[in-house]
Write a protein that binds this ligand. Sequence first.
Ligand SMILES: [Zn+2]
Ligand SMILES: [Zn+2]
Length: 96
Amino acid sequence: MNQKPQPLYAPRDRKRCPVCGQVSYSAVGIHPQCAVHQADEKRMQGVKSRSNAAKEPAPPPVMQRWQKACPSCRALMHVRKKLCDCGHAFAATNSQ
Ligand SMILES: [Zn+2]
Ligand SMILES: [Zn+2]
C-alpha cells in the first residue's frame, strides 16, 4: 500500500482569518462571512455615532381624514369646524 503523497501546501502556510482566528482557505485569508461581519460592525458604529451627533427632527404632524389645515395659521382642526382659533373663517362647502 502506497503512502499518500504529501500535500503541496503545508497547513502552517495557510492563512488564518484575522476575525475569527480559524484557518481560511480563501486567497485573501479572511472568511467572506467574517469580512461581512467586520464591515457590519464598522457600519453600525458609524451609524451610531452619526445618530448621536445629529438628532433627527420631529416628523411633521400627519393630517387625518377628519382634519383640515387652516390656510392662515396652518393649525389642524376638525373638518366641520367653521371658525379657526386664529379668526380665519372657512368658506362653506357644498360637498355633501
Ligand atoms: Zn473567519
Ligand atoms: Zn387658523
